[in-house]
Design a protein around this ligand. Structure first.
Ligand code: SAH
Ligand code: SF4
Length: 354
C-alpha cells in the first residue's frame, strides 16, 4: 500500500478513467484531496460506492495511531502510519496568530546528532513525497480541532520533525513541489521552512529548486572541534564549507537564513561559543533561534539554565546579531524539537482515530 498523495493529477485521472468514471470526477476528487484536505468519508459529492473503492484501492495512507495534546490543546502530537508502513510523528502547534505543522522527512535519522532522540533511534526509512505531503494535508484537516485561541487554519510548515530533509532530497523536493503547486495544496513557499543539519550540496540545490522556501541551519556549535562531536555530519561538511553554502543560498534566494542552536548546559552555552557564533551570524545576515535543549533519553546533559541563556543572548545582541529564544512547545508530551522518537509518552491522550 502506498498513498494517493503520491499520484500526479494525470495518474489519478488515468485510474478513474480505467474505472469508467467521467472525466470531471478526477478533478473533483483531486480538489477534495488537496484543497479541502477531505477524507473519502467527507466527500459528500462522490457516491458511496466510489468512495469505498477509492479507500480500498487508493488509500489516503495517513492513519492516526495515537494522538496527544498539551498546552491546553494548542499543541497536538500525532503518531502516524504513512503509506501503510512508515511510522513517524508530526506536531501541530497553534499560536495566537498562526498555526504551524512540524513534519517528518524520514522515519528516524542516520545523522547521529548525540542530543537528538530521532538520531538516537537511527534511520528506518525514507518517506515518499506523498507521505511527506500527506502530513501537511493531515494538518490542514486537524487545524479545525485546535482551540479558539488559535486561527484554526494551517499557515506554516516546518521540516523540523523526524529525519534530515536533505538526506531524502528527491522526495522532499517533490513534496515541496506538490505542496506549493497552485493546482494541488497551494501553500506559498515562503510559508515553508526546511531545517537541515548542514548537508552542503543539498543547500545549493534547494536554492535552485525552491528559492521561495526558507532555510534553517542547525549549527549548535561555532568551532569544528565542538561541532564534530555534537553534529557528526560536520566532519564531512565543516563550518567553513557550511557557511559558504549558506552564504550562496542567501545570495541566490535573497532571503534571510536562520541559525538553530540548542543550548546545552556547559557544552555550547559558553561566552566563547557565543563570540565565535556572532561573526558567522553577522556575515550570513542570519537570525539566531536559541532553544534550551529538550531532554532525551539517550543524552545525560540538560538544557542551559535561564541565566546562562540570558548571557548568551546578550553576547550576541551586543555584537549586533538578531536573536530569539524559542519556546519549547509540547515538551511534556515529548513533542518538542529533537524529542520525536515514537516513544510512549505521558500526557493527555486525545485518542486514536482511523
Ligand atoms: N534534521 C534536521 C531537522 C529535524 S531536527 C535538523 O537537524 O535540522 C529539528 C531541530 O531540532 C534541529 O534544529 C535540531 O538540531 C533540533 N534538536 C534536535 N534535538 C534537540 C533537542 N534535544 N533539544 C532541542 N532541539 C533539538
Ligand atoms: Fe537527524 Fe536533525 Fe536529529 Fe541530527 S538533529 S539526528 S540531523 S533529526
Amino acid at each position: 500500500m502506498s498513498t494517493v498523495y503520491d499520484l500526479t493529477r494525470e495518474q489519478l485521472a488515468e485510474r478513474l478513467a480505467a474505472w469508467g468514471e467521467p472525466r470531471f470526477r478526477a478533478a473533483q476528487v483531486w480538489s477534495q484531496l488537496w484543497k479541502r484536505a477531505a477524507t473519502y468519508e467527507e466527500m459528500s459529492d462522490i457516491s458511496p460506492a466510489l468512495r469505498e473503492r477509492l479507500a480500498a484501492e487508493l488509500p489516503l495512507g495517513t492513519e492516526v495511531l495515537d494522538e496527544r495534546a498539551a498546552d491546553r490543546g494548542a499543541t497536538r502530537k500525532a503518531l502516524l502510519r504513512l503509506g501503510g508502513a512508515h511510522l513517524i510523528e508530526a506536531v501541530l502547534m497553534g499560536y495566537r496568530d498562526r498555526v504551524t505543522v512540524c513534519v517528518s522527512s524520514q522515519a528516524g535519522c542516520a545523522m547521529g546528532c548525540t542530543f537528538c532522540a530521532t538520531g538516537q533511534m537511527g534511520l528506518r526509512n525514507n518517506l515518499t513525497a506523498g507521505e511527506i505531503a500527506a502530513q501537511v494535508v493531515w494538518a490542514r484537516r486537524e487545524a479545525a480541532l485546535l482551540p479558539a485561541t488559535t486561527p484554526r487554519r494551517l499557515g506554516n510548515v516546518v521540516f523540523m520533525g523526524m529525519g534530515e530533509p536533505l538526506a531524502n532530497e528527491r522526495h522532499v523536493f517533490a513534496a515541496l513541489a506538490r505542496l506549493t503547486d497552485p493546482r494541488a495544496f497551494a501553500i506559498g513557499g515562503r510559508r515553508i521552512t526546511v531545517s537541515t543539519v548542514g548537508i552542503v550540496p543539498g543547500i545549493a540545490r534547494l536554492a535552485v529548486a525552491h528559492p521561495q522556501v526558507g532555510l534553517a541551519v542547525s549549527f549548535h556549535a561555532a568551532s569544528d572541534e565542538l561541532r564534530d562531536r555534537l553534529v557528526p555530519p560536520n566532519i564531512r561538511y565543516p563550518l567553513a564549507d557550511l557557511e559558504e553554502a549558506v552564504a550562496g543560498w542567501r545570495v541566490a534566494t535573497r532571503r534571510r537564513p536562520s541559525i538553530e542552536w540548542a543550548l546545552i548546559d556547559h557544552v555550547n552555552d559558553t561566552d566563547e561559543q557565543a563570540e565565535l557564533l556572532a561573526p558567522i551570524a553577522r556575515r550570513l545576515g542570519a537570525h539566531v533561534n536559541l532553544i534550551p535543549l529538550n531532554p532525551t533519553p539517550g543524552y545525560a546533559v540538560t538544557g542551559s539554565p535561564p541565566a546562562r541563556i540570558r548571557r548568551f543572548v546578550s553576547v550576541l545582541e551586543r555584537a549586533g546579531v538578531n536573536v530569539t529564544v524559542r519556546d519549547t512547545r509540547g515538551r511534556n508530551i515529548d513533542a518538542a524539537c529533537g524529542q520525536l522518537a515514537l516513544s510512549a509518552v505521558e500526557g493527555e491522550r486525545v485518542g486514536s482515530r482511523p
